[in-house]
Design a protein around this ligand. Structure first.
Ligand code: CO
Length: 213
């Protein structure tokens, strides 16, 4: 059996359940999407944007890749940001990482995994920027957890530095960039206390992070 019947059965059930709770649900959504949020998250199967935030279809525009990277030259991610900001008029961009991220761990371990090593270079750059802080932490787990957080912070900065976000701010558009992290062990989101709403907010996040005190 190659048709993955189980998934179609589940889909059928889900569509029925949705229609039962709101008979007009699909009809309303089919007209247009009007999400308030753009989610940039990890492709990890345990971190699905809609489910963990309790949001319905239509409420969040989503881009996911390995380790929630916003690379300056990634046309895929940049196109999502542009469409989200300029066409959908999204007001909040959320970069959400997660503890226990396999991409972060692979970058940290620096073993050879083939093509993906090129992608993971982005994380190794983050590690290099923040090595003094990471060196202060005692355990491997603490270092990895902190690298997951630092990667979110750096990707938030990368979002802010795109021509798209800068352009939106120049037009005085209301647009906030947030950095969050998700814990796969308890299902909870944590706000990393970053919320950048204009160009002037960016430099603070670029200051060298704390080193051993
Ligand atoms: Co991950």
């Amino acid at each position: 059996m190659r048709i993955l019947k189980k998934i179609f059965d589940q889909n059928n059930q889900w569509a029925q359940d949705m229609t039962r709770s709101d008979p007009d649900f699909f009809h309303k959504l089919s007209g247009q999407q009007n999400p308030q949020y753009l989610w940039i998250g990890c492709a990890d199967s345990r971190v699905p944007a809609n489910q963990i935030t309790g949001m319905l279809p239509g409420q969040v525009f989503v881009h996911r890749n390995i380790a929630n990277i916003v690379s300056h030259t990634d046309l895929n991610c940049l196109s999502v940001i542009q469409y989200g900001v300029e066409v959908l008029k999204i007001k909040h961009i959320i970069v959400c990482g997660h503890y226990g991220c396999g991409g972060i761990k692979a970058a940290w371990e620096d073993k050879e995994n083939g093509l993906i090593d090129n992608w993971l270079r982005n994380i190794q750059d983050v590690q290099r920027f923040h090595q003094p802080e990471l060196d202060c932490l005692q355990s491997e787990n603490e270092k990895l957890d902190r690298l997951c957080e630092l990667n979110v912070i750096e990707q938030v900065v990368n979002v802010c530095r795109t021509t798209i976000v800068r352009g939106a701010w120049q037009l005085n558009r209301e647009l906030a960039i947030h950095g969050w992290i998700y814990n796969v062990k308890d299902g909870l989101l944590k706000d990393l206390d970053i919320c950048i709403t204009n160009q002037g907010d960016i430099p603070d996040t670029l200051l060298p992070r704390m080193s051993c005190s």
